[in-house]
Each structure stands twice: as C-alpha cells, then as structure tokens.
Write a protein of this length. Structure first.
Length: 274
C-alpha cells in the first residue's frame, strides 16, 4: 500500500501495488458482513463511472478499481494480457484480505471477471456478466462506427466529441436521449493512450470459449437488445456456453448499466442474495 485517498460515495480509495504497477482501488463498507462484490469496469473507465450503479447496490461491501493504464492507476511498462489483469486483481484482493468474493464484469471487465473465475475458481462464489462477450473469433463485433471508435480513445481526449459520438457507439436509448449519455460520462477520467491501447490489445488476443463451459459458479448474464457496441448475440453465446447461468435481456443499448441501473441493481441484488 502506498497511500490512501479521500472518501467518495461512502467509500475509500487507496493505492495498492500489483503486477509491478500501482492500482487505485476503491472499497465501500469493507466491514459489512457478507461476500464482497468486486466490479471489473469497462474499457478505459475509472471507478467514478460506477457511482450511480453502486448506489443501487446498498448494504453490500464493494471493491472496484482502475485497471492498469486507466483512471489514476499506473500505466504498465509492457503490453498486458487479460490473464495478467486477472492476476493483478487477485494480488489486490490478497492485500485486502478477501478470500471469497462475487464478481461483476461490465463490458471489457467481463473478460477479467471470466478469467479470474477460471484462474481462481475457489474464490469466486457468483458471477455477473453484463454487456460483455466471450472474446475471440466466436464473438460478434458491434457496428462499424462502434468498432472504429473503440480502437481509439479520442472520445476521452475531447469531451465535446465524446458526447457527440458516444450515443452512436452505445445505441438504443443513448441515441434517443443523448443527455443520458452526457450524464453518464460526466465523471469519466481520460485514460492514457498507452494504457488504453494495452486494454484493447488484451481483449483482442483473449477468449474464454475454450473453457467457459467448465466454470461451475452460478452466473447472471445481462444483455441489451439495442446494444450496438457489444451486440446481444454475444450474451446469447455466453448463456449457451456457461452452465448454471440465467439470462436477462433489457430493452436498452450499451448504456443500460446506467439508464436501467435501478432494475439492474434489483436483479443483481436478488441474484447475489439468492
């Protein structure tokens, strides 16, 4: 541990060393009884983007983090892989004294969630896989515009451009109500170029398809019927490959973890408390 930070949203930031880099880690209600929920965030996203969703998950210890190269975490010296991100998360949880946990993977973070469930199966109790995919050649890419934009972080470098192009990337309600996207993105912290490209590379070279069917943890899979970034076919594939899973589709795009957060929070709470 290098230093602690201010309280935010009833939680606390601290910097922890893992995998040779310093990661900014957020903990909320660590002393609360119950299994902690570890949230793995989307591509280029910092913890702040999760605040509205976390408010819909009360009375539950939560751990979230800025992945290497995003938010206020260090940029790794070399290109990182999804298994390395999983290993770094495992180190962080070791330092926090967390043995068993539930994990929620959102978008890019779904890869890390699946990977840690594979790498450390005895520690992961339940999984939530939201608007994510199994990666690899069996996955369905989003619209040409979404794919072209995801390859470069210009939307982070220019807030005005990000607010314009973001709704077209996310689809659904973000297009009909672009103010929703602006509200969602207002707390975003621009990732470093190197860190962002490392995350993109990590996902493009990863797939859970060879071993997803071997995971035994109960899983709640969540998809958006109008998602133009990670289309619903990806979550359908996850549900078909992952044993002991439930599948819920929302009439929403890639913004659903914000736009439908009350319903998502209720679903996730019921699943984790089941």
């Amino acid at each position: 541990m290098t230093h602690t930070g201010e309280n935010r949203e009833n939680g606390r930031f601290q910097m922890l060393s893992a995998g040779g880099v310093s990661l900014r880690v957020y903990t909320r209600d660590p002393g609360t009884s119950g299994v902690p929920l570890v949230i793995c965030n989307g591509l280029g996203q910092s913890v702040e983007i999760l605040y509205p969703l976390m408010q819909e998950l009360p009375d539950r210890p939560i751990i979230a983090f800025d992945a290497a190269g995003t938010g206020h975490s260090d940029v790794p010296a070399d290109m990182t892989t999804i298994p390395q991100h999983s290993a770094m998360l495992g180190e962080v949880l070791d330092q926090l004294g967390v043995q068993q946990f539930d994990v929620m993977g959102i978008s890019w973070g779904g890869a890390v969630a699946q990977q840690i469930a594979h790498d450390q199966p005895d520690r992961v109790r339940r999984m939530v896989l939201a608007i994510t995919s199994a990666g690899g050649p069996g996955s369905w890419w989003g619209s040409p515009l979404a794919v072209s934009e995801i390859m470069f972080p210009w939307r982070y470098a220019s807030k005005a451009y990000g607010n314009f192009i973001g709704p077209f990337m996310y689809g659904g309600e973000a297009i009909l109500h672009p103010s929703l996207f602006r509200e969602y993105a207002r707390n975003a912290i621009s990732p470093s170029m190197k860190g962002y490209f490392a995350q993109v590379n990590a996902l493009c070279t990863w797939s859970s398809i060879p071993w997803l069917g071997q995971l035994t943890q109960p899983a709640q899979i969540i998809g958006g019927a109008l998602d133009t970034l990670i289309p619903i076919a990806n979550q359908m594939l996850l549900a078909s490959l992952k044993p002991n899973s439930s599948f819920r589709v929302f009439n929403a795009g890639h913004l659903l973890m914000y736009s439908r957060r009350a319903e998502v929070g209720a679903l996730v709470t019921e699943f984790l408390d089941r």
